[in-house]
Write a protein that binds this ligand. Structure first.
Ligand code: ATP
Length: 197
């Protein structure tokens, strides 16, 4: 089997416990040399709908969220490239001859992957590694090679964290938010007044 690498891309606005659990499960279950945690510069399918936090803040938070884990590297490749974020460009920059590239993503992202930029070409060049929370149905995306990463479900989303923090007064952190976000990330959020009313 050729050596494998994987990309776990996201907006990470902010990174939370679900992202960290997903990355650890992917790193340990897929036989990969390195997991690239890639922060999207301009997630065009999201930025049309809401104001996305500036990329340098999201990158800084991702560095803090994933700093304690071996075999993972947080990448600013898409920030340096600038413009709208297309995974096909990221794959082109990271893939090496003779290696296999996997894309790690949650079930919802997997269901939408065929709408991504140059999806047909992407499907030829990568395999999907779809996160499957225990108890949830497995997702198979027609036309893509895919495998499954099992994980315990983590009830967290960045939307929920932002929502919780948007109701806080000055320095009060809702306990639920503090459980969902790594402490160093929460300190960064407070210091930079992200998601405040
Ligand atoms: P938002 O709520 O703002 O849409 P999000 O929490 O889904 O954001 P993203 O940065 O968009 O976070 O997600 C990056 C990747 O992490 C996606 O593939 C997504 O499916 C996956 N992911 C997000 N939350 C979880 C979770 N709780 N458990 C496992 N995977 C998750």
């Amino acid at each position: 089997m050729p050596p494998r690498q994987a990309i776990f891309g996201g907006t990470f606005d902010p990174p939370h416990a679900g992202h960290v659990a997903a990355a650890i499960c992917a790193r340990t279950q897929l036989d990969i040399e390195l997991l690239h945690i890639v922060v999207a510069n301009d997630p065009w399918q999201k930025s049309a709908e809401r104001l996305v936090t500036p990329a340098h803040h999201r990158f800084a938070m991702a560095l803090l969220a994933f700093r304690d884990f071996d075999g993972m590297v947080v990448s600013d490749l898409e920030l340096r490239r600038g413009g709208p974020t297309y995974t096909i460009d990221t794959v082109s920059e990271l893939e090496q001859p003779g290696t296999e590239m996997l894309l790690v993503m949650g079930p919802a992202a997997a269901r939408g992957v065929s709408t991504w930029h140059r999806a047909a070409e992407l499907a030829e060049r990568v395999s999907l590694a779809v996160l499957q929370p225990r108890g949830a149905p497995s997702v198979h995306v027609e036309g893509w090679r895919s495998e499954t990463v099992l994980m315990e479900p983590v009830e967290a989303s960045a939307t929920f964290v932002r929502e919780l923090l948007s109701h806080r007064s000055a320095q009060e952190i809702p306990p639920q938010a503090a459980q969902l976000v790594p402490p160093a990330v929460m300190s960064y959020i407070v210091e930079h007044r992200l998601y405040s009313p």
